[in-house]
Design a protein around this ligand. Structure first.
Ligand code: ZN
Length: 288
C-alpha cells in the first residue's frame, strides 16, 4: 500500500477544513518553544549561531555554474498569501505550489519561481514548506483531546516540529541510483522532482497504478540485465515484472529525502503505548 508514490504526495484534501481531530494553536505553541529557546543561563558557552531565522539548508538544492546551492530563505505568510492559497482552490497541488512559490523567497542566489519550484526534489519542496510553516506559526504543533488508541485517554500535547523524522540524502550530489532487481538485473533511476509530481498529479483519469507507471517511466533512466546488456524490451514500466516495479517504487519512496509525517508518533506516559500523530501538511497549516 505504501508502495504507491501517489500516497506519498502532499495531501491537501483537508486543507483549511476543521474536521480533523486535534486542535492546533500554533501561536501559543510558538511562544512555548521560544521560552525554551531563551534558556541559556549566564556563563553559557558561546554557541555557533544557527543559520538566521527563516533560513534552511536543503538536501539537494540546485546546481548553477558548477556550484550546488542548498541555502534557502522562506518568509512568514500574510493574509494576502492566505487569499492566494485559498484562490488556488483545489485543495491539492495548486495550493501546495502556491504555498511554495509565495512562502519561499529564494534558493541559493535565485528568487523562487514556478520554474525553480519544479526543478526541486519533492523532498526539498517538503522541507521548504515545513520551514514556511515554522516562519508562519512557530516551531511546534499543539494537539488537544487527542484520543490515545491504546488506553482511550484524551491527550493534550505540544509536539516540536524537530521531532518529525527527516530522511537525508547520503550523497546530495548523487543524481543516479542503482536499484537491484530480480534475476541480476539493475535499474538506474533518478529521484522525482516537482515537475514529475505535477505531471503525475495532472494525469487524465489518474489512479494510483497509472500514477506509479507514469512516475516510473519518468524516473527509470535505464535497465541492464545480469550480463550488463540493456534489458530487451527497454524500460517501459508497463512491461516490467510487477515485483521489479514495486522494488523501484519502494526505493524511490525510501530514498526521497524530507519529512516523514506518517512516521510521527510519541509515547503516552499514562499507558506506555505509542500514539501516532495525525500530521499532514494540511494539519500544519490549519490556521490558513
Ligand atoms: Zn494511552
Amino acid at each position: 500500500m505504501t508502495e504507491s508514490l501517489a500516497s506519498a504526495l502532499p495531501d491537501f484534501d483537508t486543507f483549511g477544513v476543521s474536521g480533523v481531530s486535534g486542535v492546533a494553536e500554533p501561536h501559543r505553541a510558538h511562544a512555548l518553544s521560544q521560552s525554551v529557546l531563551a534558556d541559556s543561563g549566564p556563563g553559557a558557552m558561546p554557541v555557533i549561531a544557527p543559520p538566521g531565522e527563516n533560513h534552511i539548508t536543503l538536501q539537494r538544492g540546485i546546481l548553477r555554474n558548477g556550484t550546488w546551492h542548498r541555502d534557502a530563505e522562506v518568509r512568514e505568510l500574510t493574509g494576502r498569501d492566505e487569499e492566494a492559497i485559498a484562490a488556488a482552490g483545489d485543495g491539492g497541488l495548486k495550493a501546495f505550489e502556491t504555498l511554495v512559490t509565495r512562502g519561499v523567497v529564494r534558493v541559493g542566489p535565485e528568487p523562487m519561481t514556478r520554474l525553480l519550484a519544479g526543478e526541486l526534489l519533492i523532498g526539498d519542496r517538503e522541507l521548504l514548506v515545513l520551514a514556511v510553516r515554522r516562519a508562519t506559526f512557530g516551531d511546534a504543533v499543539e494537539f488537544r483531546n487527542l484520543p490515545c488508541p491504546n488506553c482511550g485517554e484524551e491527550i493534550d500535547l505540544v509536539f516540536p516540529l524537530d521531532h518529525i523524522p527527516v530522511v537525508e540524502l547520503e550523497d546530495p550530489e548523487q543524481l543516479e541510483f542503482k536499484v537491484p532487481l530480480r534475476k541480476g538485473a539493475t535499474a538506474v533511476v533518478r529521484l522525482p522532482d516537482g515537475d514529475d509530481q505535477a505531471h503525475v498529479l495532472n494525469l487524465r483519469d489518474r489512479n494510483a497504478i497509472k500514477a506509479d507507471t507514469e512516475m516510473l517511466s519518468r524516473c527509470i533512466l535505464r535497465i541492464t540485465q545480469a550480463d550488463g546488456s540493456p534489458r530487451a524490451g527497454g524500460v517501459d514500466p508497463g512491461d516490467l515484472p510487477m515485483a521489479d516495479r514495486h522494488t523501484i517504487l519502494r526505493f524511490l519512496n525510501a530514498t526521497q529525502p524530507g519529512p516523514r509525517y506518517q512516521d510521527c508518533a510519541f509515547t503516552h506516559d499514562t499507558c506506555g503505548g505509542e500514539v501516532p500523530l495525525p500530521l499532514t501538511v494540511a494539519t500544519l497549516f490549519r490556521g490558513l
